[in-house]
Design a protein around this ligand. Structure first.
Ligand code: ADP
Length: 653
């Protein structure tokens, strides 16, 4: 074979042609790393004539940063530890002082290195630019997603993946709709809006409601631009998480709406219903608001996703035993805020009516978040916010914070509503009192005027009877009784105003209660007689007490007069008892008695129970209670309706 040229072998001319292909650098290097031969391409590529290079050290033309590697690779092919140098890149100096990137392939043969270089400067610059761009995209905190016209994601940066909770590259190839937090129709509408805008404008800016991979809500501020990639339209979405700000805005708006609702009308119940309408079903599946009144709870309003459940929540309250009511009240009052995570377990421990438990089951409740509605002197009610067992809502910190804000406002509004109704009630009671008081004062006054005129006429007629000592005594007695009645009424009214101004005071002294009661009853003998009441006394004697005798007399006289007024014609018993720490005075009558529901009420100002037939202003018992409270004592009624009443006065020892 040797000496015979195969027809596949290149001729010298052919070699020359190949050697002068553009962009191809060929160099033969000596072991002392000087150029031995260089092809003509050196001139267009580097500006050097081959003669400029030949004989010179390679090092002079290699970028100092690349020299170390270049030398190492050259040495290893010389020594034979590397047969071929492949893809070694370095920068070679041009004659004009600029640098070109060259990719080398080389081999050692016969003590020389045969090297072939490719000018890759443009490629390297392009790669660098791409690397910089990629780095920029990765380094920005905004999420960048690029999708094609079909809505498929073709690029997502780390920030985007983090934002939506996906792992690296998980989004690629998926439709952008998987990130949407709204239904398909709304999603498509939004996309159309974006695309429409982009046909005329360069950029669309707006907000997106999204869902993270874990199902949580993510609101992003987004900037979409069009990008032409390989002749195809693509969309670049740059997104920023604005969830916190948006939620804060939503919450502020909600609170503002609630405040507005609560001040919109005087119909508190309707207002509360409207407020609950903003919380259910948005944050909770159902809710109730109860008001505390005299140790009990009254259901004011309910709300649920389905109206029949709201009605059920309203109805169910009547089955709630007083115990449960009282427990709830106490619980909420003490804790202010109670979160019960497993209502089912709690219900199973309830000693409630089976009907109540049955109905509760229909509600399928799991969580109840109850918050006290605070008035300035303590809780006035509570709001309980529920989640069902199958609920997709979460009671997170934000919702709890919001609930507290709502409870705070409901509390204020409830207190205002209570005060408003109390003042209406007070105005009504005062008006009634004024009419009763004028009537009460008018009766004895009219009788005095009448008597006075009658006597004057008798005197004018010269009737000697008119001035007889017997008649005069009778008339004066009569007058005195009417005047005393007027005096008592005025005293009561004065006491009321003293109580209102906290000016009612007591001065204590020691006295014997037996002597004291004997004295009072003696003075009223005439009245007992007129009322047809036999008086029985069961008095311990002696029985020393320390109290304000003037004020205690007022209490006893009031109770005696009531007993005569309401229990006329039947015996009255005045009894005293001594216990370890207190003295008890009982005044028992056989009158109509007092209904259970009135027993406390009659001790309030202007309150009267079914006493239209009997005159009175509804002040006596109220004043008596204030007097007894000043003594750290008590006055209360015991009665079996229809069988009489016993009023009990307790004085501490
Ligand atoms: P007044 O007797 O002037 O109405 P009180 O404050 O003394 O005012 O009494 C309040 C109400 O309590 C009365 O209107 C009456 O309905 C009821 N009451 C008081 N004492 C008795 C009694 N002994 N028997 C039945 N009811 C009574």
């Amino acid at each position: 074979m040797r000496g015979r040229r195969r027809n596949t072998e290149l001729t010298i001319d052919e070699f020359r042609e190949i050697l002068s292909l553009p962009n191809h650098l060929i160099a033969i290097i000596r072991p002392d790393s000087t150029f031995y031969k260089v092809n003509e391409e050196a001139t267009p590529l580097l500006g050097w004539e081959p003669e400029d290079l030949i004989g010179n050290k390679v090092k002079e033309y290699v970028h100092p940063e690349d020299w170390e590697e270049t030398l190492a690779r050259m040495t290893s092919v010389f020594l034979g530890s590397e047969a071929v140098v492949e893809d070694m890149r370095n920068r070679i100096k041009r004659k004009d002082g600029t640098w070109r990137w060259v990719s080398w392939t080389g081999r050692a043969r016969g003590g020389l290195i045969y090297a072939h270089g490719n000018d890759i400067t443009e490629k390297v610059e392009y790669e660098e630019a791409l690397t910089v761009q990629a780095l920029v995209l990765e380094s920005i905190s905004e999420g960048v997603i690029i999708c094609n016209a079909k809505g498929q994601m073709v690029f997502s940066n780390t920030a985007a993946e983090k934002l939506f909770g996906y792992d690296t590259d998980e989004l690629l190839g998926q439709k952008i709709f998987i990130l949407s937090g709204v239904n398909e129709a709304e999603s498509k509408k939004k996309v159309r809006e974006v695309v429409d805008t982009l046909t005329t404008d360069k950029v669309w800016m707006g907000e997106f409601e999204n869902l993270r991979r874990d199902g949580t809500r993510l609101i992003t501020g987004c900037r979409v631009t069009v990008l032409d990639l390989h002749g195809e339209t693509h969309f670049v979405c740059v997104q920023r998480d604005i969830t916190r700000r948006k939620i804060q805005e939503e919450d502020n708006k909600l609170i503002a709406d609630i405040t507005q609702i609560l001040s919109s009308s005087l119909d508190y119940e309707q207002n509360v219903r409207n407020v609950l309408g903003l919380l259910v079903p948005r944050f909770f599946d159902s809710a109730v608001v109860d008001q505390f009144k005299e140790g009990k709870t009254f259901r004011l309003a309910t709300a649920a996703e389905r109206p029949e459940l709201a009605t059920l929540l309203m109805d169910i309250h009547q089955y709630e035993s007083e115990d449960v009511s009282r427990n709830k009240l106490q619980y909420v009052s003490e804790q202010r805020e109670v979160l019960i995570e497993n209502l089912g377990e709690l219900f199973s421990t309830f000693k409630a009516q089976p009907e109540y438990v049955e109905k509760l089951k229909l509600l399928n409740l799991k969580t109840s978040y109850a918050l006290a509605l605070m008035g300035k002197d303590g809780p006035v009610g509570y709001i309980a916010l529920h989640l069902r067992k199958d609920s997709n809502k979460v009671l997170d910190e934000r919702v709890q914070k919001l609930s507290r804000e709502v409870a705070y406002r409901l509390g204020h509004a409830m207190e205002n509503s209570i005060l408003y109704h109390q003042s209406l009630e007070a105005i009504r009671a005062r008006d009634e009192f004024l009419s009763v008081a004028s009537h009460e004062l008018k009766t004895p006054l009219q009788s005095l005027i009448l008597q006075n005129e009658m006597r004057k006429r008798m005197i004018q007629k010269g009737d000697p009877e008119a001035v007889s000592p017997e008649n005069l005594t009778r008339v004066l007695d009569l007058d005195r009784r009417q005047l005393k009645r007027i005096n008592r009424l005025i005293d009561d009214m004065l006491d009321i105003s003293r109580i209102r101004n906290s000016k009612l005071s007591i001065q204590k002294e020691a006295f014997d209660l037996a002597v004291f009661l004997e004295d009072i009853t003696d003075r009223f003998l005439h009245e007992f007689e007129t009322a047809g009441c036999e008086l029985k006394k069961e008095l311990l004697r002696p029985l020393e007490v320390v109290a304000d005798s003037y004020r205690i007399e007022q209490v006893i006289v009031n109770l005696l007069i009531n007993a005569m007024k309401y229990g006329s014609g039947a015996p009255i018993t005045v009894r005293t008892k001594k216990l370890s720490d207190r003295v008890v005075i009982e005044i028992e009558d056989k009158g109509p008695g007092i209904r259970e529901e009135d027993k406390e009420r009659i001790f309030r100002r202007f309150e009267r129970a079914n006493s239209n037939q009997v005159s009175g202003m509804g002040l006596g018992l109220y004043i008596s209670r204030q007097i007894m409270e000043l003594h750290q004592g008590k006055v209360y009624a015991r009665s079996e309706y229809g069988k009489g009443s016993t009023f009990i006065v307790e004085l501490p020892l």
